[in-house]
Write a protein that binds this ligand. Sequence first.
Ligand code: SF4
Length: 774
Amino acid sequence: MDIRERVERLAARMADAPQYPSQGATVFVDLERRQTMRKYLSREVLLNFLGGRGANMYLLYNLLQADRPALDPEIPLIFGAGVLTSDMPSATRGNFTSRSPDSCAILDSNAGDYFPSFVKRHGYDHLVLYGRSPDWTLLKIAFDQMEFLDARPYIGLDNLDMMAAIERDFHCTERKDVAMARITRAGENQVLCSGIMGGIKSIWARGGGGAKMGSMRLKAVMVLGKPVEPPHHKDLKDYNKIVGKKITSAAVIKNALKMVGTPFLYKPSRVLGAMGTMNNQKTTWHETLDADNFDPYRPGMDGCFKCPVHCRNQNDMTPEGKGGWGSNALKGLKGNASYDKAQAEVQHGKQKSYQGIKGDGKFDKYDKGDGPEYVTVGKFGPLIGIKEPEHVLRLNNILNDLGLDSASTGSAIAWAMELYQRGIITTAHTGGLDLSWGSYEVVEKLLFMTAERDGFGDVIADSARAVERGKYAREALDYQMAVKGLFQSDPHDARILKAFALGLSVATRGMDHLRNRVTLEINARINDDPAFKAALYGGTVAAQPNSYDGKEIAVRRCENTFAVGDSVGMCRFNTKLFNSPTLPDLNDFATELRILTGIDFTAEQLDEIGRNITGLERMLNFRLGLRAKDDTLPKRWFDEQVEVGPFKGEKVDRQEFERLKTRFYEVTGLNSEGVPALDWHEKLSQVVTGFALRVDLPKALAGAPERAVVIDEPVANVVELRQALKRKLPEAEEDLDDSTWNVAVNGAMLLSGERGAGLKSGDHVAIVPIIAGG
Ligand code: SF4
């Protein structure tokens, strides 16, 4: 069944009008035929998966052809704004979802800035994009109007120039009356570590969304026109004040995030000895990159649509730059250096010294910009051996313009540097580039080469797939810091922090912290209060960051909460458990949802919805071939010890890790292959595809440890069922071809005529071996 037939089948289950107040449309956009169709998701989708990320998964599950590669135009790219996006303070976010061309898992990337709010306020919840445009296209959305415009004049433009050209040609101003999701040259060239840009720095970074959009010949989705202010209920305004206050009064927001942004996390990681350094060969780095060393270049902060936080630290290294914003902000902040309290008092008093990248007093457009986030500091600092804040700032600004995911790109470069250090690659491979640690000039050059797939840049552009694409020998995989084919997102080295390690291994989009990181594990004050910690996570979680005990409970709680946060559109930074225990939580989201949708929700229901979302993501990953063995960690973390800091000697013990993973599967309700167990799977299938058929098997098969499976793609008869079984369990094909295996439907054995044996959702099928002999 091709994408158009799938869209039709799904649309037949959707409504033609909103199903609750505040619901926006889901629009199906056929880029090849230049057609659109508008529908509305059912209330059942809201009740089980909410919107944003959750509803995106519902759409993807119905539209995915798992036998097609990610860059096939039949694989849709889906955008979804959260249910509360633009309506609740800090709910500025939306997700792009697809099959990832970069990793082996789903692509699911979240960002804020202004695009998600503009989409929502122009009347849309989801955009389902599929097909390849006949030529480069700019999709223009202006409330009820959608147009396919010629994007050829914009081809070759990177982020800054692209927006400037749009502002010029359409007489508009970004954030005021236009917002745009766009790709750069890197996306056009299908660079696997390229993202979709949503602002000067904002990026749907993870999983290769830029390459996916490029493969569809879609340069940008532009939402043109000042967004309409909806007539808000007084209750919503009142509750928004409560949410806003909760956010702005949290200590970490007030003292750190609002003043210096996420780089405040660098120091605690460094002090703990948990800072990924030189491709995680080491775990601590220079204090030159502590957040206060960026003070002289920080002129202020920026933020997303109506967010009260403004966490986005700006940078300006030019002579005109008025730095100094946030100086002394972290002074004495004890939680910022919990494992070495004396470090909290350390101030560097750094002065502005930058005289242009060549030191000749010449400056260019990359000497000012937006950011960096802590991820970029880590990936383009310690991970590749760079220690000067000015170098990190400049690389950050280049990455933003080139539309590259700093996590995957930095990791790909660090991986190459270690291979170079070990002699696995040489200058013969790199085209003469000296990939020694900390070579700033080489890294800057390599970023531009990556965007163009030029020379060795073509290797970096293949990201974690470089071995699969024949660029490196297989032994290179021993040094790759990736899970499920996705490079690690956060700069932490998680050998010490077992909750972080578990989270990175089980995260559904690959090795990524934003799905479930139990950040408060590095907060000694919380660890020292067992009762508070148990209440926070709903169970006993060991105080020691390096203990395995109870960490499955904390990861589960975070995973549920963050999945809900993404599905209502809330920024992770302002969601309870990510940065602080006092930020808005599921109760707040339930209240806001009730006011906006008119439907009652409780915190407990939302927690269950969070579990549903990750369960559905695991079902998607299973269809992509991922199994329990893929919930793992890089080899290095099992084999090599941390050499410094208060947890010197720590690594991840394989057996303890497997036990921890098993406990995580149990508390989540997964079977031993890491997918929802039968009853839950059946329930999810009934909602997602409207079809669920439980099939008992004569024995446990590879991929089906429960001696039964749920078939959730509609099948009309037993012949189709047999084909569906083989698609679901390709590893058990030989068993499933066994001609002595007969089929019983609702207790009646079929002796002939399998094609005529009709099946419907809810039937109970058993595969029964014919007993031979007598
Ligand atoms: S906290 Fe920062 S990233 Fe989050 S919505 Fe606000 S400004 Fe954007």
